[in-house]
Ligand binder design. Structure first.
Ligand SMILES: Nc1ncnc2c1ncn2[C@@H]1O[C@H](COP(=O)(O)OP(=O)(O)O)[C@@H](O)[C@H]1O
Ligand SMILES: [Mg+2]
Length: 547
């Protein structure tokens, strides 16, 4: 209920269109139910039961008119309802995607580290799509079913309260009780299905990425068999849900028949006792023909748990608190150096850094070296405030890092991470990420410092050469130099370089170290590397031991 309420709140600006969808849907459902009722009324009139008999030639006209009117209104109303519902659904999905992106911008980069990445992608793709079911096929159908139940109960009440009781019971059974029971039984199955599907997708992707290894070492056949086994497991989960859907459908059919019979028996008894007129066949027909909207809800029962679980995951991201909240009302100092004082840090479990005091001064290259896993990258990330350092441990320009506006912090710092991500665009645009809007001359200067320029000139279209998806057409050394060019182009007074030369030959390393030496005046450089040749350029070197 809480999740549904929150999802409904997101409708906000589209309330009017939702109301329109409900109105059109209710009118359409009522029109559909009216066809048999009016037809029966015409028959009664023709047969002279109740009112005065009509002339025989009147009957065909009535039927043609009825069919035309009802069909038209039903068609037009239904079309309008569906259009409005899908408009709402897809507008909302677009809106939620935007909100999710904004939320992730707050939550990252901490959120994208670690193991949650695969799950996150599932939320961003399949979960959002599932919400379409809620907005286009659950929300207004529920309102329409409610209106229909009330309208039908009210109309048949005019004839006799017993009919109203039967109608209400039938609508509650079909539109509320049966879907609630079905959704309870489907919960576990939906969870299993998503889990199996997720696992299968991950396995498939893993196999695809590792295909060269599988071919080389002859593992493809076994992998294929495993894939078949996992397909079967996902299928088993799906089959169970299908069975549940069939059973629910059959039960719904039984209930419709039972309640129609009940209304018929009640009508006969009341007529026999002389309590109602012969025209009382009309309420029975109305009850019989009013089940459409309730049946639409019955069919939703087994998919609802999956939809709500998707909604919960989407909402969880929207509501998640970022590791480091954005600072906007802090200081925006000029750069005069950075410092850590007795900095200790852990990612929740074991301590990664203990009592680190390092000062990064202008005009100085500070080298940080140490074995893999000793916390070098973590130290740089804390200087970026990707993670929250303890109070009074990290300072920029003498101010505690938490008190500096996040926008200013990004201006003051250039961070080259260990893995450079390349966007699916040209190599020039990839460098320009470092400073959007920079001139071409500045971009080329940065590329030269990063020992990238000659390589780019050797490409067929120079800086306009596209790099493939995930930059897979570039070698890791070339990719690294693009990352370095970005950092140089950003031109910040605090330069943080995480293993900038790990994939480079000594020739390119030399070019870069020379550039660094030239760049260091007026800026502070933190240079993380385990290469002694790279450490040679540093003025001071810290060795990080076990944290
Ligand atoms: N996001 C994270 N969550 C939990 N542990 C992490 C995370 N990032 C790094 N670690 C752990 O912190 C330790 C230091 O990592 P890192 O700073 O990357 O070391 P280095 O850069 O010196 O190789 C390692 O043991 C690593 O497994
Ligand atoms: Mg590292």
């Amino acid at each position: 209920m809480k999740i549904m309420a929150k999802l409904i709140l997101l409708v906000g600006p589209l309330k009017g269109i939702l109301a329109l969808a409900v109105l059109l849907g209710a009118l359409g459902a009522l029109a559909a139910a009216a066809i048999p009722v009016l037809g029966a009324a015409a028959l009664l009139t023709a047969a002279g039961i109740g009112a005065t008999p009509a002339p025989p030639e009147w009957t065909p006209t009535v039927f043609v008119g009825l069919a035309f009117l009802a069909g038209l209104s039903r068609g037009v109303f239904r079309y309008g309802e569906q259009t409005a519902n899908h408009y709402i659904a897809f507008r909302l999905l677009a809106l939620i995607r935007e909100k999710l992106f904004a939320a992730l911008r707050r939550l990252c980069p901490a959120k994208l580290e670690g193991k949650e990445k695969g799950d996150l992608i599932a939320v961003l793709t399949s979960d959002i799509e599932l919400l379409e079911v809620f907005y286009a096929h659950t929300l207004s159908p529920a309102a329409i079913a409610l209106i229909m139940a009330a309208a039908v109960a009210g109309l048949v009440w005019i004839c006799h309260p017993l009919f109203a009781l039967i109608a209400l019971t039938a609508h509650i059974a079909l539109g509320a009780a049966l879907p609630a029971v079905a959704s309870r039984f489907a919960r576990e199955g939906q969870r299993r299905l998503r889990e199996e599907n997720g696992r299968f997708a991950a396995f498939y992707l893993d196999s695809l990425r590792g295909l060269p290894e599988l071919l080389q070492y002859g593992g493809a056949e076994a992998r294929k068999r495993e894939m078949g086994r996992r397909t079967d497991m996902a299928d088993a989960a799906r089959r169970r849900l299908n069975r549940l859907e069939s059973v629910t459908g059959a039960l719904a059919g039984l209930l419709v028949t039972a309640f129609t019979l009940l209304a018929l028996v009640a009508g006969c008894l009341l007529y026999g006792q002389g309590r109602i007129a012969a025209a009382a066949v009309l309420p029975v027909v109305l009850i019989f023909s009013s089940f459409g909207p309730a049946l639409a809800l019955t069919a939703l029962g087994s998919s609802l748990p999956g939809v709500l679980a998707a909604g919960r995951r989407v909402l969880a991201i929207l509501e998640e608190e970022p590791e480091t909240p954005e600072v906007t009302n802090g200081e925006s100092p000029d750069f005069s150096g950075a410092e850590s004082r007795n900095l200790s840090f852990s990612y929740g479990g074991e301590e990664v850094l203990r009592d680190i005091s390092i000062s990064l001064e202008k005009g100085v290259i500070t080298g940080i070296t140490g074995r893999s896993g000793s916390g070098k990258s973590t130290f740089l990330k804390l200087l970026m405030r990707f993670w929250q350092p303890p109070a009074n441990t990290v300072f920029i320009s003498g101010a505690e890092i938490d008190h500096i506006n996040t926008g200013r912090l990004r201006e003051l710092e250039s961070f080259m991470t260990q893995e450079t991500y390349l966007f699916h665009s040209t190599i020039g645009e990839n460098i320009l990420i470092g400073r959007p809007g920079a001139s071409r001359a500045d971009m080329i200067a940065a590329a030269k410092k990063a020992a990238l320029h000659d390589f780019v000139l050797s490409l067929p279209e120079g800086y306009d050469t596209p790099v493939g998806e995930m930059g897979c057409t570039l070698s890791s050394g070339e990719r690294q130099r693009v990352g370095l060019a970005r950092a140089f182009l950003h031109d910040a007074p605090l330069l943080l370089l995480d293993e900038p030369t790990s994939n480079l030959d000594s020739l390119n390393e030399g070019v870069i170290l020379k550039a660094l030496r030239e760049e260091k005046s007026g800026r502070a450089v933190a240079l993380v590397s385990h290469r002694p040749s790279t450490m040679g350029v540093a003025d001071t070197v810290y060795l990080l031991g076990n944290g």
